[in-house]
Ligand binder design. Structure first.
Ligand code: G4P
Length: 191
């Protein structure tokens, strides 16, 4: 998506290798016109996916996933990150380790919002090692739901997330794919 690439080139910062700061338009201040275009691009790509719900993980995935849900006319389900387990039978939970930010959380979703038989399109802001997406896949399997696809705003293609997800048979569609980066230089995958 050319508009997104231009914003990354213009406003993205690489403080040190592996981390791209896009807090001017995606993670902290959010450009909702850009998010509208992001949502339209995902809706167009996944039009024939048979998705019945859009899902994301709090918090930075909410803006792009929300605009995708709006464009597709589908409900949005936000998976939560909890520190403790709920053992009252009302939720699905699985542990996820974040290598980029450090730490571990319990990815959590209410059973009410993930009834069996749904087809879920997962949208997120970044793909690094794919730990979060694989957590979502575990919960979908537990809930007897299907994955309709994975849409990523910014994929760090030099990290193993895409390969790991594709090995599990998932389709990954990313709007911007970064081949390599270092302070002062961002190189995209040549599509
Ligand atoms: P993975 O799920 O693909 O394995 O990713 P990883 O655990 O490494 O990253 C976890 C968190 O770090 C996610 O945010 C993700 O959006 C964020 N992240 C990963 N790479 C980058 C990056 O290069 N730049 C920025 N700005 N963020 C990155 P989160 O913990 O879910 O928090 P939130 O921002 O959604 O609240």
């Amino acid at each position: 998506m050319e508009e997104l690439r231009q914003r990354i080139m213009r406003e993205g910062r690489v403080p040190h290798e592996d981390i791209l700061m896009v807090d001017a338009f995606l993670n902290h201040q959010v450009d909702m016109e850009l998010m509208r275009a992001v949502g339209s691009a995902f809706a167009e790509h996944f039009r024939e996916s048979g998705a019945t719900r859009v899902a994301t993980i709090e918090s930075s995935g909410i803006a792009p996933a929300g605009m995708t849900a709006l464009a597709m006319g589908l409900p949005l389900v936000i998976f939560k990150k909890l520190s403790g387990s709920l053992e009252d039978g009302t939720v699905y939970q699985t542990p996820v380790v974040s290598f980029t930010k450090g730490g571990r959380y319990l990815l959590t979703v209410s059973r009410r919002f993930l009834p069996a038989g749904e087809r879920v399109l997962f949208i997120d802001d970044f793909l690094a090692r794919g730990e979060a997406a694989r957590g979502v896949m575990r919960l979908l399997q537990e809930a007897s739901c299907a994955l309709a696809g994975i849409g990523i705003v910014i994929e760090k293609s030099f990290q193993p997330g895409r390969a790991l997800l594709e090995q599990s048979g998932c389709e990954v569609f990313s709007l911007a794919r970064i081949a390599s980066m270092k302070p002062g230089s961002i190189i995209f995958v040549d599509e």
